[in-house]
Design a protein around this ligand. Structure first.
Ligand code: PHE
Length: 355
């Protein structure tokens, strides 16, 4: 190469490279997205300043310059190079700042915004009433027993002294799983299970779901709830039954509540009685709820039939007992003035929220 060549071409080339790069960077501002801008600037950096970049090539070409010109041109290249580097860094910094701003915007939270209200769960009204009744009897020394909802015919009917032709056994009324197994039609089989355990005396309360073949309407449901009670000890009399249930009725409905026992019939009790309480709505003067009678039927009860005691291995000459059973759904409906039993089973939050 001609050692005397004019440095002008190198300088011109230098200006060309740097100006082109700078213009390109300016133009990038019009590109749609910052990711593309970052990628393009990186490409420019590599093309111009990289190891095999245009400026590096240019410096290498300086070998062809006269010795005295080399430092001058070298300084010039380095100066331009530094300026371009600075320009690129600025552009990158600006893009990064923008990216961060966008991130902050995305992640922005208003710490003064009011919190989201979380609904607080509540106990189903049937659970609430079950617990209220349970607490009354636990206060009188009862414990709670539960039994299976799929029950043996033996416990649901036979050992409760139901004659084989009793209408309650009819498949029209009872859900049979097979000849020996039913969905229990009442909580009374838990009595049998408790007595069969052979531990005396007994004072148990048995709440639970029961099933009968009823079509759904405002007052019927094929599944409903009962609460059974059983007391077995030496010397238990009708007086104990009456006293215990009167205390219960007054605890449940208030001191002023009046009770009356009506004779009734259940195969598993003898004698059998039904307990009425003075109407919780009108107090006894007669209204729509008590159909003008002033009384509301609360539960069935009676002295445990000697046969039942015998079937369960308890000597009726030594022991006696009383039992009672009540429908919880009706008690819940009365308590809250609910006129449609279906509401208890539909689990509509708007309904359940009210309790
Ligand atoms: N099991 C009876 C019913 O379902 C209620 C009851 C229980 C009556 C215990 C007397 C004694 O109607």
């Amino acid at each position: 190469m001609d050692k005397q060549s004019n440095p002008q071409p190198i300088q011109e080339r230098l200006d060309q490279i740097v100006t082109a790069a700078q213009e390109q960077i300016e133009r990038l501002e019009t590109l749609a997205n910052d990711d593309e801008r970052v990628a393009s600037i990186e490409a420019i950096r590599l093309r111009v300043l990289g190891k095999k970049g245009e400026l590096t090539e240019l410096l290498r070409a300086m070998g062809g310059l006269p010795k005295d010109e080399r430092p001058i041109i070298g300084a010039l290249v380095n100066e331009k190079r530094a300026a371009l580097e600075a320009r690129i860094d600025d552009a990158m910094t600006a893009l990064q700042a923008r990216a961060q701003e966008r991130r902050f915007e995305r992640e922005r939270i208003d710490v003064t915004a009011p919190g989201k209200a979380r609904g607080i769960g509540k106990l189903h009204p049937i659970t609430q009433v079950t617990r209220q009744i349970r607490d009354i009897f636990v206060g009188m020394g009862f414990t709670v027993e539960e039994g299976p909802e799929i029950e043996l015919v033996k416990y649901n009917f036979d050992m409760l002294n139901l004659p084989f032709n009793h209408p309650a056994r009819d498949p029209q009324d009872t859900f049979y799983i097979d000849d020996d197994t039913v969905l229990r039609t009442h909580t009374s089989p838990v009595q049998v299970r408790t007595m069969l355990k052979g531990k005396l005396p007994i004072r148990v309360l048995c709440p639970g779901r029961v099933y009968r073949c009823d079509d759904v309407d405002a007052t019927h449901s094929p599944v409903f709830h009962q609460m059974e009670g059983l007391v077995v000890d030496k010397g238990i009399t009708q007086g104990d039954l009456n006293g215990c249930l009167e205390v219960f009725a007054k605890e449940l409905y208030g001191e002023d509540t009046k009770v009356r026992f009506r004779p009734s019939h259940f195969p598993f009790t003898e004698p059998s009685t039904e307990l009425d309480v003075s109407c919780t709505v009108c107090g006894g003067s007669g209204c729509r709820v008590c159909k003008g009678t002033g009384w509301i039927e609360l539960l069935g009860s009676g002295m445990v039939h000697p046969n039942v005691l015998r079937y369960c291995g308890i000597d009726p000459e030594v022991y006696s007992g009383f039992a009672f059973g009540m429908g919880l759904d009706r008690i819940v409906n009365m308590k809250y003035g609910i006129t449609d039993i279906r509401l208890l089973y539909e689990n509509d939050i708007r309904f359940l929220e009210q309790f």
